[in-house]
Write a new protein. Sequence first.
Length: 105
Amino acid sequence: MDFKRLGNTLMAAGAVALAGALIWWFSFYSALARDFSRATGGRGDASIFDAWTCLYSSSGACGLVAGIASLAGKTVYEPMVFWVGLAGLIVGLAIRLAAKPAGRA
């Protein structure tokens, strides 16, 4: 088994999952911030940066917002995608660094 290739594959899959999580998080919470601003007549100071902790956590306000958005029929961002991507990236990097070069026993 080529562990270097396995490490590279896990790193690439983890990076893709992290990028997907970031895009999903951004699109979900920016749409909510835009809807909140529209609902308050433009006087709301909600920003996407207010929800940066929701990228990796669904506790507190993030869980409340996700629950309400789910009831409204929206596809809710899931922080588990972030953690799976990060784990894949870290495990892939560890395997890649620990793998012996090809051709050595």
